[in-house]
Write a protein that binds this ligand. Structure first.
Ligand SMILES: Cc1cc2nc3c(=O)[nH]c(=O)nc-3n(C[C@H](O)[C@H](O)[C@H](O)COP(=O)(O)OP(=O)(O)OC[C@H]3O[C@@H](n4cnc5c(N)ncnc54)[C@H](O)[C@@H]3O)c2cc1C
Length: 468
């Protein structure tokens, strides 16, 4: 039977689809933003489910209304055997479509869907597979429904591309190659934004191909990736404020090397439990005080190897000396003190127990810090007569949060962080820096190499999951 109304032109079908996609994305955004506000960092766990919920809500609402916003916009009517499509069929089509769009399908189905899309452009019918399966077509209610152009050339291009892909897959399978298409990996977008202060859970708007408006269109590169049996994950979406303006990067793995309190603030949204474990790490205040004395001010030490000769000295708290330790700068480093009659010392004062034992250094001026270290130097190295001769202060620098204290239970904290990130489903996030690997500078470098090796293994192992 001939339709009293003309079947819709593919251009109108594409337009309607784009409009519906846009509305669905708006709904997803709304749901995700609301969930972020209500659940904070826990929202990340529900992101995939919320997107499906958003799509399903849109399908239910439009099925109940009898037409989607896209159909209204493009003046279309969905029909089944030339009768307006029933609600049940519309819902079923929407549900099947949601399954196809949100599922994590194998490469063969993706290829099949591309072939199906090529057929749509060639013959102008059934934009989506579920519509073909349920025999749902759209007629045009527009006053001027006819168009004088065809999408057939695009259909041929897509067909050729899909066939090429098919052949490549067959050849690849025969040769057993497992080729990682790194460019495609980089182009594939994820929707999980965990890390830096400017970043937030993104609305997860997937990449779109301008030609077919498809979220999973292979033309864009966001399609299924053929990386064999590798593990699948989402990518980190990182928003940075840089001197050149805002920059967005996508990455499979992320290493955070900022101090633990900064890392905690970055992770607060994504994983509050990890953040609170990190917040417990103490960084006491320490001042570095560099001073100059005349050589004549020093006592001859008992060891007979000359004055201020060596690396330096450390002061256990049991000695009752406030200064934590002193580096003999002019002895340790060449050319540090050009005048042979002068000696340069670098004192560290402060630390975890200073507040309890000496009242803390937070209230001390630079001059008072020099005086405090001088008092100790008189006790340990100088002639008693030098007590009233303050040294020349070359530099005083206070580190409000100097070195992390790896106290009893520190490893438990780190374990908690790792476990909490795992529970939240955060993958590919690595912590490094002195609070993880150890505080000595050399150890920081070593640990950097260790963690980098781990990251390389991880990056090689996973493949990126398509945006849900
Ligand atoms: C006073 C002092 C003396 C020391 N003396 C010695 C010594 O003699 N020998 C020794 O082996 N070790 C020494 N250490 C320890 C050693 O220097 C440190 O443990 C080591 O440098 C730490 O390296 P890191 O990469 O973990 O951290 P850092 O070198 O502190 O690097 C952290 C980085 O994070 C960046 N950052 C901070 N906040 C943010 C943010 N919000 N966003 C982006 N980036 C951020 C910082 O700019 C910094 O570059 C000393 C430490 C101090 C404080």
């Amino acid at each position: 039977m001939a339709s009293p109304l003309p079947f819709a032109h593919p251009a109108d079908l594409v337009r309607a689809d784009q409009k519906d996609d846009h509305c669905r994305a708006e709904l997803r955004t709304l749901l995700l933003e609301t969930s972020e506000e209500l659940l904070g960092g826990h929202a990340a766990r529900w992101q995939g489910a919320l997107q499906v919920l958003g799509d399903a809500s849109y399908a239910w609402a439009t099925a109940a209304a009898g037409s989607s916003l896209g159909e209204e916009y493009s003046e279309l009517l969905l029909v089944e055997n030339l009768r307006p499509a029933g609600r049940f069929r519309r819902l079923l089509a929407a549900a099947l479509n949601a399954v196809l769009v949100n599922g994590n399908w194998g490469e063969w189905l993706m290829l099949f869907l591309r072939l199906h899309l090529a057929l749509f452009y060639l013959f102008g019918r059934y934009r989506h597979l579920p519509e073909r399966l349920l025999n749902l077509r759209a007629v045009s209610l527009a006053e001027r429904p006819y168009r004088s152009f065809s999408y057939r050339p695009l259909g041929f291009v897509l067909l050729a591309q899909a066939i090429g892909q098919l052949l490549a897959k067959i050849l690849q399978r025969r040769s057993g190659a497992d080729v990682a298409d790194t460019e495609t990996l980089q182009a594939a977008m994820g929707n999980w934004a965990p890390a830096l202060p400017q970043s937030r859970l993104s609305a997860g708007r997937p990449p779109r191909c301008n030609i077919c408006a498809g979220e999973k269109c292979g033309l864009f590169g966001g399609g299924e990736l053929s990386l064999g049996s590798r593990r699948i994950m989402r990518v980190h979406v990182l928003d940075y404020d840089t001197p050149e303006g805002a920059k967005r990067l996508r990455s499979k793995a992320l290493i955070l090397t900022a101090p633990s309190y900064v890392t905690a603030s970055l992770l607060k949204e994504v994983c509050p439990a990890a953040a609170s474990a990190l917040e417990g790490i103490r960084y006491p205040r320490v001042a570095a005080v560099t001073v100059e004395y005349p050589k004549s001010a020093f006592r001859e030490p008992d060891h007979g190897k000359g004055i201020v000769n060596g690396f330096g000295q450390l002061h256990p708290r049991s000695q009752g000396i406030r200064t934590l330790g002193t580096i003999y700068s002019s002895s340790l480093f060449p050319n540090r003190m050009p005048d042979d009659d002068k000696i340069m010392l670098l004192h560290y004062i402060g630390g975890a127990r200073d507040p309890e034992l000496f009242g803390g250094i937070q209230g001390l001026t630079e001059g008072q810090l020099v005086e405090a270290t001088h008092k100790d130097t008189v006790e340990t190295m100088l002639h008693p007569s030098e007590a009233s001769n303050l040294p020349k202060a070359l530099g005083v620098r206070v580190w409000d949060r100097a070195i992390p204290q790896l106290e009893v239970g520190h490893q438990d904290r780190l374990d908690t962080v790792k476990k909490s990130l795992g529970i939240e489903g955060v993958e590919g996030l690595y912590l490094a820096g002195n609070f993880v690997g150890g505080v000595a500078l050399g150890r920081c470098v070593e640990f950097g190499i260790e963690i980098a090796t781990e990251v390389v293994d991880f990056v090689n192992e996973v493949k990126i999951k398509e945006p849900a």
